[in-house]
Design a protein around this ligand. Sequence first.
Ligand code: OAD
Length: 228
Amino acid sequence: MKKLVVLTGAGISAESGLKTFRDMGGLWEQYDVTEVASPAAWRRNPELVMRFYNERRKALFEAKPNAGHLGLAALQKQFEVVIITQNVDDLHEQAGSKQVVHLHGELRKARSTDDPNLIYTLDKWELKMGDLCEKGSQLRPHIVWFGEAVPNMSVAAEFAKQADVFAVIGTSLNVYPAAGLLDYVSKDIPVFFIDPDELPVANRKNFTFIKEKAGIGVQLMAKELEKY
Ligand code: OAD
């Protein structure tokens, strides 16, 4: 089976009702990123950081995968599909995607502030100050904050190198190292971009831009992929 590797961002979950970051009305218009998504913010005001991620988690508990997520899962019949996502939601998994690499962490999980290997799946949306790991330390959101290492980047880069087809869906490609993944993709393979807005990257051969929302865009890409 050929390998289809897909990099997704907040845009793929927009039609599920989850906000993107940099669009009009996006999260970084409402919040200062350095106040809620950095180790310094956690030291300064952990309650605010908790509240920000609790709101995100509450929205996720109410969200369902959309046609974009479901369409990518359906492509597993034809391809070995690897999703590399910057999203912290689990809508790809809920849609049935089997191989999902999370670059920026997972909202449904919390981890110990003392031992990063102690990771817990949350069964409720609210994480509170005073919720402790088994060693007695405060739990924090299992999120990669700005300024922190991206542990899954090396595995993601390896998948990008192995791709027979690559797709980029719903990301402004503003945040590194994730945005640099394209550098690992062979120049000879087809690359699809799906985004209703302008194209962040061009100048590749074998390149198709589908200027649509993910729901319809993934269907159009799947039609193109029938040829492969
Ligand atoms: P952005 O908010 O930067 O970009 C979202 C992209 O999705 C834009 O290019 C939109 O045009 C596009 N978009 C909007 N609606 C769409 C739809 N229905 N279908 C398809 N595309 C749509 O989000 P990301 O690129 O994912 O990191 O942001 C990357 C990282 O920045 C996030 O993971 C987060 C953020 O700060 C951390 O918090 C560490």
